[in-house]
Design a protein around this ligand. Structure first.
Ligand SMILES: Nc1ncnc2c1ncn2[C@@H]1O[C@H](COP(=O)(O)OP(=O)(O)O)[C@@H](O)[C@H]1O
Ligand SMILES: [Mg+2]
Length: 268
């Protein structure tokens, strides 16, 4: 399961990403960074249609950088990024969103002086079709009943968990086929994390593919089918989530004690 050293990489997806439904996102040999500093050093990663795939690793290992490159916010220096079989790494961020690939950024940014519903509607700005938009609002309130309760409240009055629900909901309002979530569990209490992960599972069940970035390795591997572990801008390990959870190297390096009491709800 461990990857060969750089140069002799195991091809991503050999362990079953994709499957009959095919590969939705394919990142190959990706190199990018900031200024002259290279952060990603040849990343290969695939997300199969209909899956939840986890990208795991410690702070500063390049997880958000990878999402930024996929979203078109950072240029691809080397390698390629394909979405639905088409090259997207030369497209602008808005063109990528319009194709159905949406990133929910780390850090829970909402507009505090706007209501919950106004914040959600911002996510629909690229769309026409008021009936459909109204249906999607209902769908999102179904995933996150707390947001329905608070729909007329200023988002500045929400708890951290509710804001995380709001930014995921806002991403869903763009009708993505693939949604990328950057550390949705960060700084939240275990019970709230569980609520959010159960919602992410339901979101996937409605046909939205998910790439989730997490430092909460155990919870993410309970949720996902497949996982990648990144370190220093390189994929260190990849495999089926169940296999990673049971792997002694993953256990010793990444899995501490249990982080939530009732994780059974996530096991499928
Ligand atoms: N805007 C930036 N300018 C320069 N360096 C950055 C910037 N953002 C991130 N980095 C650096 O890139 C590396 C990877 O960061 P990041 O992708 O945010 O890590 P992660 O999301 O895994 O915590 C870190 O060394 C970080 O300091
Ligand atoms: Mg990050």
């Amino acid at each position: 399961m461990f990857r060969d050293p750089p140069g002799g990489c195991v091809s991503a997806g050999a362990g079953g990403v994709g499957g009959p439904a095919g590969v939705m996102l394919k990142v190959s040999g990706l190199e990018t960074g900031y200024g002259r500093v290279r952060i990603l050093r040849g990343v290969d990663l695939e997300v199969g249609a209909g899956q939840i795939v986890a990208l795991l690793g410690g702070n500063g290992t390049g997880k958000s950088t990878l999402l930024r490159a996929v979203s078109g916010l950072l240029p691809t220096w080397e390698g390629s990024i394909e979405f639905d079989g088409e090259t997207i790494h030369r497209l602008r961020p808005d063109q990528i969103v319009r194709r159905g690939l949406v990133q929910v950024t780390q850090g829970k940014d909402s507009y505090p002086a706007m209501t919950v519903e106004e914040n959600l509607m911002l996510g629909a700005h690229i769309r026409a079709g008021r009936r459909e938009i109204a249906d999607d609002l209902e769908r999102i309130y179904g995933f996150f009943p707390r947001l329905r309760e608070r729909r007329s409240q200023m988002s500045g009055t929400l708890s951290g968990g509710e804001v995380q629900m709001l930014v995921i909901g806002r991403g869903l309002m763009a009708r993505p086929r693939l949604i990328m979530l950057d550390e949705p569990s960060a700084a939240l209490a275990p019970k709230v994390v569980l609520d959010i992960f159960v919602a992410i599972n339901r979101i996937r069940d409605t046909g939205v593919t998910v790439l989730i970035v997490e430092q909460n390795v155990r919870m993410a591997l309970l949720l996902a089918e497949y996982g990648y572990i990144i370190r220093d801008g390189l994929i260190l390990m990849e495999g089926e989530a169940k296999g990673l959870l049971a792997d002694p190297n993953v256990k010793s390096s990444f899995l501490g004690g249990s982080v939530a009491g009732s994780e059974d709800e996530l096991v499928h």
